[in-house]
Design a protein around this ligand. Structure first.
Ligand code: NAD
Ligand code: MG
Length: 386
């Protein structure tokens, strides 16, 4: 039986993870849940899965939750210390890292240091601190399974491989809601337009990242660390149908791909039960019902965020963490109606131009670079500092 902590249980990935758990109740036990602010949903999850520990964003939320619960209550913690306690709970064997943004880094790193296997959805952990986190994974001998659908596809396409035989990783991208929008039209894209993703239903931040294609940029960097392959050998193909989830090309010209109906329960289930496969609730794929599968190169002029992510990765050191922080602030400002869509990538580029990359030798130094990126992004955007 896998004993799980789910970080971010009320989010899109958290909810899908609990759906997978519900489909195979004998295989999993939920030890701990953490959530930001949706106390109604967390209450339902507590009543259904009876975790021993839960952690919420702050003390106020913890008090609210305590009042809402009747009957046997779990231990209720809050803040970063609470998330770390949940991530390192003695009974937990696997942590599902499904918090959004750089906020996921500290509890995920704590889980690894405590020797827990990790099912990683929180790509920002590897974008900001990839070299440190992968060193921890090696040092602690834990398993890190990708939940991101592209990386799960690459992982599956690498079963039985030898590193030296891989020539290229090809990440597929849906292209998002603005695939065929002109630059002029993009300048006037609204929040509603950006949140209208054609193939995937996800949290708001990653949905905007998909619209700018920063999501694919973050995934290029994520793949660089997960599979230890330079970004120069990681390509992106726009594939609007989202049926091929990614591919690996080998030196003999063979290309291995993983296909499926776009549904995160598939990659989540594989991360939870690797190498076993379980019925995940994903509908069977019937290729005969599709009118075709198409592929083309991304347009870096209309989607400059993808170019910036390659640049950040080439610069290395603190640059990806700063880029990620600037993106989080810009996406937040866009969602709050304070800036236009194209200003997201423009502001990230300005922040990157203001930054001189330096080595990051600890998680604390990553957090400092993250803070610098956030502060500078707010200055660039004219958004008040907290
Ligand atoms: P979401 O916004 O739906 O959920 C995020 C979860 O994290 C929620 O439970 C929220 O309460 C919690 N949270 C947010 N900020 C927090 C903070 N500061 N402290 C503590 N908890 C906090 O996001 P999501 O779409 O589920 O994405 C989660 C992660 O998985 C992201 O890193 C995303 O890039 C990645 N991912 C998501 C999908 C998807 O289909 N949704 C696919 C691939 C990767
Ligand atoms: Mg993805």
């Amino acid at each position: 039986m896998k004993k799980l902590t789910i970080l971010g249980s009320t989010g899109s990935i958290g909810v899908s993870t609990l759906d997978v758990v519900s489909a195979q109740p004998d295989m999993f036990k939920v030890v701990a849940l953490t959530a930001g602010s949706n106390m109604e949903l967390l209450k339902e999850q507590i009543e259904k899965y009876s975790p021993e520990v839960v952690s919420v964003l702050n003390e106020h939320k913890a008090r609210t939750l305590k009042k809402m619960l009747t009957g046997k209550k779990p231990e209720i913690l809050h803040g970063v210390a609470g998330m770390i306690a949940a991530a390192t709970a003695a009974e937990t064997t696997m942590v599902v890292a499904a918090i959004v943004g750089a906020a996921g880094l500290v509890p995920t790193a704590a889980a690894i240091m405590a020797g827990k296997d990790v099912a990683l959805a929180n790509k920002e952990t590897l974008v900001t601190a990839g070299h440190l986190v992968m060193n921890m994974v090696r040092e602690k001998g834990v398993k890190l399974y990708p939940v991101d659908s592209e990386h799960c596809a690459v992982f599956q396409s690498m079963v039985g491989h030898r590193d030296q035989d891989i020539s290229r990783v090809i990440l597929t991208a849906s292209g998002g809601p603005f695939l065929n929008w002109s630059r002029d039209r993009l300048a006037n894209a609204t929040v509603t337009d950006a949140l209208n993703h054609p193939n995937w239903s996800m949290g708001r931040k990653i949905t905007v990242d998909s619209a700018t294609m920063m999501n694919k940029g973050l995934e290029v960097i994520e793949a660089r660390w997960l599979f230890d392959i330079p970004v120069s050998r990681i390509d992106v193909n726009v594939h609007p149908q989202s049926i091929i989830h990614s591919m690996v090309e080998y030196v003999d010209g063979s290309v291995m791909a993983q296909l499926g109906v776009p549904d995160m329960k598939g990659p989540i289930a594989y991360a939870l039960t690797y190498p076993a496969r379980i019925p995940s609730g994903v509908k069977p794929l019937d290729l005969t019902t599709l009118s075709g599968l198409t592929f083309f190169n991304p347009d870096l002029d209309r989607f400059p965020a993808l170019r910036l992510a390659y640049q950040a990765s080439e610069s290395g050191e603190s640059m990806p963490a700063v880029m990620n922080a600037a993106n989080e602030i810009a996406v937040d400002a866009f969602l709050g109606g304070r800036i236009g869509f194209m200003a997201i990538a423009e502001s990230i580029e300005k922040v990157m131009n203001l930054h001189t990359p330096h080595a990051l030798n600890s998680i604390e130094e990553v957090l400092e670079a993250d803070l610098w990126g956030r502060r500078t992004a707010r200055e660039v955007l004219g958004v008040p500092q907290p």
